[in-house]
Write a protein that binds this ligand. Structure first.
Ligand code: 2AM
Length: 178
């Protein structure tokens, strides 16, 4: 059984900008646990545990997706009290992003594969509140944020594994947008 999710994975320049935001944002000041740079991503669809014999079907769904590259601007910091994360979000969500997430989810559903049913709220988790952390500022100040421009050219299937120091993500496969 693999724990899987589809995601946008940042190329190095975007990852560096996100990591800078982790380091400079108010979340780390409040004692929340920062996301490690190599783990930074934006989830498109969360599947959870998938039996190994069904992996080919997950890959087939991804291979059937037709979507053009698009630009995403992450320009708002938010704190979501439930589930206790500090995240970056786009203030205007590009229709291509919603379309990509929707097409993946409906492809999974059509094959009766597991997919998270909650409303899709695109975000990059920067920090997670730990029990020890102070209460985070809400609304989160926007002053320390320089909007991050992300040219989205591909999406990935990632596998999540628990490791020492938290989750570790491995990219299992990638598909270009074209
Ligand atoms: P998070 O960062 O907001 O926790 C790997 O765990 C990725 O899948 C993370 O981006 C995580 O979002 C997301 N994720 C984990 N559990 C999820 C769930 N039940 N529904 C939707 N997304 C989930």
């Amino acid at each position: 059984m693999a724990r899987l999710f589809f995601a946008l994975w940042p190329e190095p320049s975007v990852r560096d900008a996100l990591a800078h935001q982790v380091a400079s944002g108010s979340c780390t000041e409040a004692g929340a646990a920062p996301t490690r740079a190599e783990n930074l991503h934006l989830t498109l669809a969360f599947l959870g545990a998938v039996p190994d014999p069904r992996l080919d079907e997950v890959l087939a769904v991804a291979a059937s997706i037709r979507a053009a590259p698009f630009a995403l601007t992450l320009d708002r910091q938010e704190y979501w009290a439930e589930p206790g994360i500090f995240c970056l979000v786009p203030s205007m969500v590009h229709p291509s992003l919603i379309g990509l997430a929707r097409d993946i989810a409906s492809g999974l559903q059509a094959r009766a594969l597991p997919v998270e049913q909650r409303a899709y709220r695109p975000h990059v988790t920067l920090c997670r509140k730990s029990r020890k952390a102070a209460v985070l500022p809400d609304p989160v100040p926007q002053s320390s944020l320089t909007p991050i421009e992300w040219q989205v050219r591909e999406f990935v299937l990632a596998e999540s594994a628990d490791g020492r120091g938290g989750s570790h993500y491995r990219i299992a496969a990638r598909w270009p947008l074209q």
